[in-house]
Design a protein around this ligand. Structure first.
Ligand code: HEM
Length: 510
């Protein structure tokens, strides 16, 4: 074959390949659009024409996965805000979108007003966590409890955690735990130039505190067993619910079984001791309260109810506090001006304490205005609980759009906290935006949620974090081994090295 003919054949082959690719792309596009349309029609047809027309903008995506791939892709690629941004780009800034996630038709809410409306409407919405999450936290915990039962058990358990007297009684233990932890880490780093996984250690520390409050403490073996299981439980919490060996969700279910076994053992021990007439020397803890609790008909809680409530509290009570403490410390250390201002406040408070007083009181902590701003800014900036779940019990209109009865609702606290219309320059860590006198508009600051399900541990969490930062600012410094370490956003934002760092003692008083 002549050279010219060879060239002609190659060009023809290229054209053919391009034509096949173009036809393939068109077919794929048509199939993709068709499947999405069909899925949308299948999910929405039962609503009828009139209600369908009132739905917010959005789309159901592919069957089974819906928007899950997009959600996981955004979070796993380190760009969590890309997920909601894609809805805004495609459907406008309506703040209300429809989609399909966690196997359910779902409405996403991203503005303060929309979130507030839903959070305050106990008649129109109940809790709506995905089934897979409920299976992990516990079907008899708050995440799946009927309204009246939730109110009763919340009242019983929340007051002993958050009130002034309760916090005052926990303060000495928190203080001792924080100071001994910091000392131990600094010692570990001093000898032979060691390092600590700061986040792992903080989670251990906050776990010790919550176990003391809920179980009156635990022996070392029980603590380790609980701690390990909670790590696995958490990693499975926002993963795809694939119950097959090797998947995070499968490991999390195993962890839940181990947690149930450990707590059942503690509960059996308590009941056996009571049956033998032993009275416990330590003060009443949450397990005692739950064992003793009776409803108006004299009914007591079953073991599985007590265990599910404890699994929920022990988890909620240490993960978030540990993470926020880590990020607040990192931000302080990375911002010398903020650090110095926060330290100066602590020094002034120390000078104001009468010599007769030993240790700080709750009132002293309430005087720490700037530290409180640092913590609020960390809560806003980090978005540890970036989303919350509800389900509509009737048709409700939000921003003029229909949320149909039975549909799931996701409240995107993260979007509220990074909205430049609410927080100018939102990607800047700036505690001064919380300066005294500034009170956020209702619904614009939701790190602990709002309404009937507002976090019952919010004051305890802030106290723990404040105690830690108080001692850290006055006596220690942190040097990260990998300051530019990649951040993983699921289940919570954390550096992948768990904040490997050197902790150094800088004051003789510590
Ligand atoms: C910085 C730390 C913490 C953060 C950011 C946080 C955040 C939250 C948020 C956003 C909710 C509401 C979820 C919703 O809207 O459905 C919540 C609920 C809850 N939190 Fe926390 N929390 C923290 C610490 C704690 C602590 C220390 C405890 C326990 C002592 C705790 C126990 C709970 C419980 C039991 C619920 C469920 C409340 C209910 O459904 O009635 N949390 N938390």
């Amino acid at each position: 074959m002549a050279v010219g003919e060879q060239g002609g054949a190659a060009v023809a082959a290229l054209w053919l390949a391009a034509a096949v690719a173009a036809v393939g792309a068109v077919v794929l596009f048509v199939v993709d659009a068709g499947v999405r349309r069909l899925h949308g029609w299948y999910r929405e047809a039962a609503l009828g024409e009139e209600r369908r027309a009132r739905l917010p903008p959005g789309e159901m995506g592919w069957p089974v996965v819906g928007a899950m791939w997009a959600f996981l892709r955004a979070f796993k690629s380190g760009k969590p805000d890309a997920f909601i941004a894609s809805f805004v780009r495609r459907f406008g800034r309506t703040g209300v979108y429809r989609t399909f996630m966690f196997s359910s038709p779902t409405i996403l809410l991203t503005t303060p007003e929309a979130c507030k409306q839903v959070l305050m409407d106990d008649d129109g919405f109940v809790t709506g966590w995905p089934k897979a999450t409920v299976a992990l936290i516990g079907p008899k915990s708050f995440v799946a409890m009927p309204y009246d039962e939730h109110r009763r058990l919340r009242k019983l358990t929340a007051a002993p955690i958050n009130g002034f007297d309760a916090l005052t009684s926990y303060l000495p233990f928190i203080d001792r735990t924080v100071t001994s932890s910091l000392r131990a880490w600094a010692d570990e780093c001093a000898d032979g130039g060691g390092e600590v996984a700061f986040l792992t250690e903080l989670r251990r520390m906050t776990f010790k505190i919550i176990v003391q409050i809920f179980l009156g403490g635990a022996d070392d073996a029980t603590m380790r067993a609980l701690e390990r299981s909670y790590t696995d439980l958490n990693y499975g919490m926002r993963a795809m619910a694939i119950n097959l060996p090797g998947f995070a969700y499968h490991r999390a279910l195993g962890a839940r079984r181990r947690l149930v076994a450990v707590l059942q053992g503690v509960l059996d021990g308590r009941r056996a001791a009571t049956a033998k007439g032993f009275t416990r020397s330590s003060s009443v803890d949450m397990m005692d309260r739950l064992i003793e609790a009776e409803d108006e008909h004299g009914r007591r809680l079953e073991d599985d109810e007590i265990i599910d409530i404890l699994i929920m509290y022990l988890n909620a009570g240490h993960e978030s506090s540990g993470h926020i403490t880590m990020w607040a410390t990192v931000f302080l250390q990375e911002n010398p001006e903020i650090f110095e201002k926060a330290k100066a406040e602590q020094e002034a408070i120390m000078r104001s304490i009468p010599p007769t007083q030993t240790g700080l009181t709750l009132r002293d902590f309430r005087k720490m205005e700037y530290l409180s701003q640092v913590i609020d800014e960390t809560l806003r900036f980090v978005n540890i609980s970036f989303v919350s779940f509800r389900q509509a019990t009737k048709d409700v209109f939000v921003n003029g759009y229909l949320i149909p009865k039975g549909w799931k609702v996701q409240l995107w606290y993260r979007s509220v906290h990074i909205d430049p219309q609410v927080y100018p320059d939102p990607k800047k860590f700036n505690p001064s935006r919380w300066e005294v006198g500034h009170s956020p508009r209702a619904g614009t600051f939701l790190p602990f949620g709002l309404g009937a399900r507002l976090c019952p541990g919010n004051d305890l969490a802030k106290l723990e974090i404040s105690v830690f930062l108080h001692h850290f600012l006055l006596g220690y410094r942190l040097k990260r081994t990998n300051p530019n370490c990649r951040v993983r956003f699921l289940p919570h934002p954390r550096p992948v090295d768990n904040c490997l760092a050197k902790i150094t003692r800088v004051s003789d008083e510590y």
